[in-house]
Write a protein that binds this ligand. Sequence first.
Ligand SMILES: Nc1ncnc2c1ncn2[C@@H]1O[C@H](COP(=O)(O)OP(=O)(O)OP(=O)(O)O)[C@@H](O)[C@H]1O
Length: 265
Amino acid sequence: MNTAIDLRDLVVDRGGRRVLHGLNCALPRGSVTGVLGPSGSGKTTLLRAVVGVQIVTSGTVTVLGEPAGTASLRHRLGYLTQAPSVYTDLTVRENARYFATLQGRGSREADRAIADVGLTAAANQLVGTLSGGQRSRASLACAIVGEPELVILDEPTVGQDPVLRAELWDRFHAMAAAGTTLVVSSHVMDEAARCDRLLLIREGRLIADDTPAAVRASAGTDDLEEAFLRLIRRNEASRTETSPPPPPPSRTPVDGATETGTVTR
Ligand SMILES: Nc1ncnc2c1ncn2[C@@H]1O[C@H](COP(=O)(O)OP(=O)(O)OP(=O)(O)O)[C@@H](O)[C@H]1O
């Protein structure tokens, strides 16, 4: 089976509000999918649903052939949240070794993950003394140290300089070439261009699910940022057209007037 993630009519409510409105998509294994959309559009919620930590209102989320959240998936996926989840009173290497051990791996994999995120020089530094960007990379090392089949990364490159971002993306593609499936949320358009496939979310709805080339072609522009703007406007226009006409203004009959406006005496 070549599908890593399958969403069917996924609906999620949070805080009494509908956040995802019936998403459908199937993501292939061994690829890098970018999840893009404005702040608050539902990217993190979608990733949480795939990881299995989000209560789902209705629909199904199937991950590596199992329902999301199934215990056996825990060792098959790595999840990087937006808030770094590493121990500040341990060094980078101690953190990586700890998470490696949890995944049945050793110090070799820990050192490799540290190198993959460009932190070898800081391996013996306490995480609590790292910069924000370094701390986020330490967290990324811990998410990938178990060499999971599926890697879910929520804005992994925030706070990283362009050279490091490019290196991280090279690493993501090397992982995909080796068969790993990656889902990466981002706000950055040049990162969208690096993905094999894009999911563009707007207000909890998927408005594009395609390759970057197909997204550009469908929008009629080579500029991905402009393409997204056009797709968003097109989506808004079609929603306006299909929404029911507004109700007529309510008229409260005044004394002596009927509903039809005829004044009676
Ligand atoms: N714990 C929560 N309780 C209630 N509502 C929430 C909660 N977390 C998120 N939301 C709401 O769900 C919606 C989607 O949030 P989500 O974090 O998925 O967006 P996002 O696209 O990841 O945003 P960002 O790019 O800013 O991280 C937002 O309207 C947000 O306010």
